[in-house]
Design a protein around this ligand. Structure first.
Ligand code: FAD
Length: 761
């Protein structure tokens, strides 16, 4: 899909308007919504409000002010040029579209727009006029030539008031001057005021509307980064509660917005520190991993063959993979340790039930291709799982060799086989029949990929819809490349799906771009699998979390992994402190800490339990220690302290001790009285877990979600709506790759059964 520029017009000296071909978005756009645009492969993601849309021509109109590097590049775009990605429509539409028509007609609206904020006002005023309401509009700028949409607004509004700083407008002064005159002198009555423009303008319009006792709505879309609720960069305090502009907004009740804090957050990404290309990577020295504390020669059955790794002091400055993987000889030697149990426990420990002894037997005999074919029957992601699965609690945790020595290195062997198959261009069996029945998969993470693969194998016509511009879910935007290379490993495993006939549509936010019901009713999908993950970051709710320099791990990792902000040639800005504190103890915390370390920071991990309870993979904790991360265990933050400019300067913590086991079976951390202390820091990364994005649940009638916003589904993925299945993190909350894969696989079987039963009726 090419998002081609159909027309372009200069609106003022630095502002232009573009009409772009984007039929799916044009079809669903409503006033108040926005899109995220990416020009080219290395470009940053820019949120822009949809100023107009036309269903018939399949176009949307965007107004862009050329102020930064990216928007200046966009200024050079001509008719016929195209954008790599446009995702949308995003955000909640303006609230008034939900008001019953009769009530709407009795209401008096006043719109106040400044700068490019005037452009998003236009679709709202136009929509109201089409529904019988003539709204009043005040627009302002320094001088008349900077105003946009003047003629369009004149035609669509009740009264248009134009004010400028100089004498070129109908009036001279600020928009608030006109607002005051209309209400106090002209005695105009309004029910609602909607302000869009610079934050400072919205702050003062809000103040005035509150003074007049009027309902005030403001649009905070300038705060957004990724637009899908994934990174948390656009969070803002509304009425004391943290909200995400892209999911909960972009429009909010102005009287509840903390404008000063929002303005500081906006300034944050203009101070780009730590955004430098890392020096050319030195060739990694072979370093031997000692996970499990094994250090002697390992030629015997009890001890595993060690795997080479980059030296910790070399790799902590680069993004190359840490673990270098087994050579063929090492893999064969390790595979020979397998006892080939008659009743293999390792298989039951694997949520996708790979026939582990069978593939290891083939490795031991040097038949790597056959080993790859055995894994392929049950897993779409061998090279991924071999790298990131928590094997110690799954397959390897059940290996009988582990009772007296080291379990078989099942993960490292799986990784070897996956890599070998890729490097040797092994093609896997394609479905030998097609049934022509359309099924949709929402989300291209491990759950969606696995579900799609199973359905393709059964002959279905599968389309994966993905909100982002890359496929792979957390595998591309979350897990860093020093653990999981994107270009080679993840991309290849996605390509394997394409070879099976899978169709892919990126930049489609289901629930916004198109609804589940429209997919079924208008696009004829007979069943749908939702694998939309749990991408919404959570925060602790302590004082100071909205200071500048406090970010979610999702935001920090997305900027670095998906948008490559650490590379000079990429345009996404990033902030990295000198002394970074990461709060949390899971894989996400380890990834954020090790990424910050590679970007030059001194990093401490703060975790409230002890090392034993750290939920991260054992290998990641071991690597983090080796690389020089400081662990402040049995420690819990109570407050983040800011300086006079609203930037974090310290984190206040208490020391903890472990008490009795709680409901999770882990010993409950308790505060040690009087143990409070402060750690100086200029960046805090919150890695406390994630919840599901409520978007699909809230836009699909009858699809029930639980208190944690997860989709309710039974063990086969059946949701509360017929024909709709779900699995992975969207159902379980943040968990693991292999559990998501297991859920995708089970759901595929249930979907097949459902469709076949329906055909018989
Ligand atoms: P995801 O991987 O989250 O994929 C969901 C996809 O759906 C995303 O691409 C998203 O953009 C898309 N989507 C969301 N909403 C919509 C919509 N409305 N329309 C269209 N598309 C949508 N697990 C491990 O086993 N080992 C690890 O080492 C590990 N490390 C991790 C490190 C990090 C930083 C993170 C964040 C997670 C880690 N996990 C790890 C957890 C693991 O990655 C997840 O459990 C797993 O990816 C869940 O898979 P999923 O398919 O359910 O969801």
């Amino acid at each position: 899909m090419k998002y081609t520029v159909i027309s372009k017009k200069l609106l003022s000296e630095d502002t232009f308007q573009m009409q772009i071909y984007a039929p799916r978005i044009a079809n669903s756009a409503l006033p108040g919504q926005f899109v995220i645009i990416r020009m080219r492969d290395k470009s940053e993601r820019i949120p822009l409000t949809i100023s107009d849309h036309d269903v018939e021509t399949g176009t949307i109109t965007l107004v862009v002010k050329a102020i930064g590097k990216s928007t200046k590049t966009m200024e050079n775009y001509q008719v016929g040029d195209y954008f790599e990605d446009i995702v949308g429509p995003l955000g909640r539409p303006s609230e008034f579209i939900h008001i019953p028509e009769e009530e709407l007609r009795s209401k008096k609206f006043l719109f106040i727009g400044g700068g490019v904020g005037i452009a998003p006002i236009y679709p709202q005023v136009k929509w109201l006029q089409e529904h019988g309401v003539n709204a009043d509009v005040i627009i302002g700028a320094k001088t008349y030539s900077l105003l946009v949409f003047v003629e369009e607004l004149r035609q669509r509004s009740g009264n248009l008031y134009i004010t400028t700083d100089d004498t070129t407008g109908d009036m001279q002064g600020l928009v608030t001057d006109v607002f005051r005159k209309l209400v106090q002198e002209d005695k105009k009555q309004y029910d609602e005021v909607i302000a869009i423009g610079p934050m400072i303008m919205m702050k003062f319009v809000t103040k005035m509307a509150m003074e007049f006792g009027l309902k005030i709505t403001v649009s905070l879309n300038a705060l957004m980064v990724d637009g899908t609720g994934m990174c948390g960069a656009c969070r803002v305090r509304i009425g004391g509660e943290t909200k995400f502009t892209c999911v909960d907004g972009p429009e909010f009740d102005g009287s509840l917005v903390n404008f000063d804090e929002a303005m500081k957050r906006q300034a944050m990404y203009n101070t780009v520190e730590g955004r430098k290309e890392l020096k050319a990577e030195e060739d990694a020295e072979a370093h031997v991993c000692h996970v499990g504390g094994i250090s002697e020669e390992h030629k015997d059955r009890l001890h595993r063959v060690l795997v080479p790794e980059q030296d910790p002091n070399v790799r902590n400055k680069n993004f190359q993979e840490v673990c270098l993987g087994y050579s063929a000889e090492d893999a064969i030697e390790e595979a020979h340790r397998c006892l080939q149990c008659k009743n293999p426990q390792c298989v039951s420990g694997c949520p996708v039930n790979i026939n582990i002894p069978a593939f290891i037997k083939q490795v031991a005999e040097g038949n790597f291709e056959e080993a790859a074919r055995i894994i392929d029957r049950d897993s779409a992601l061998p090279a991924v799982c071999g790298r990131v699965c928590p094997q110690e609690t799954q397959c390897e945790g059940k290996c009988v060799l582990g009772r007296k020595g080291d379990p078989i290195a099942i993960g490292k062997l799986e990784r070897f086989v996956g890599d070998w198959a890729r490097e040797n261009h092994i093609e896997f069996q394609k479905p030998n029949h097609k049934n022509g029945i359309k099924v949709a998969v929402i989300g291209s993470g491990p759950a969606g990929i696995t579900c799609a693969k199973e359905l393709l194998t059964k002959g279905y016509d599968v389309t994966i819809f993905e909100a982002l511009h890359q496929f792979g879910g957390v595998l591309v935007y979350g897990i860093p490349s020093f653990r999981l290379p994107k270009e080679t490993v993840v991309r290849h495993e996605i390509e394997n799906l394409r070879k099976l006939g899978c169709k892919f549509e990126k930049n489609v936010v289901v629930g916004r771009t198109i609804s589940i019901d429209a997919l079924m009713e208008k696009e004829n999908f007979k069943a749908i699998f939702i694998g939309s993950g749990a991408g919404l970051p959570t925060f602790m709710g302590i004082e100071g979390e909205n200071l500048c320099g406090v970010v979610s791990a999702n935001e920090f990792l997305t900027r670095n992994n998906l948008l490559f902000s650490y590379k000079e040639e990429y345009e996404t800005p990033n902030y990295v402190g000198k002394n970074v504190v990461v709060v949390g103890g899971g894989n996400v915390a380890m990834d954020a800490a090790r990424t910050a370390l590679r970007l030059g920071a001194n990093v401490s991990i703060v975790y409230r339990r002890s090392e034993e309870e750290l939920p991260a993979r054992k290998e990641e904790v071991h690597h983090a220690h080796e690389e020089g991360i400081d662990f402040q265990l049995l420690t819990n933050p109570t407050e983040i302290i800011g300086d006079e400019n609203g930037w974090v300067k310290a984190i206040r913590c208490v020391r903890m001790q472990l008490g009795e086991a709680d409901a999770s079976g882990r010993r409950k951390p308790e505060v040690i009285a009087g143990s409070e202390f402060e750690m100086p820091t200029d960046m805090v990364i919150m890695a406390l877990g994630t919840t599901s994005n409520p978007l699909i649940g809230s836009t699909t009638p009858g699809l029930k979600i639980n208190a944690k916003k997860s989709i309710i589904a039974d063990e086969n993925g059946q949701t509360t709506r017929e024909g709709i299945f779900a699995g992975g993190d969207a159902v379980n909350g943040s968990a693991t790759v292999i559990l998501a894969m297991g859920a995708g696989k089970k759901a595929a079987f249930a979907m097949d059964e459902y469709i076949q039963q329906k055909l018989k009726r």
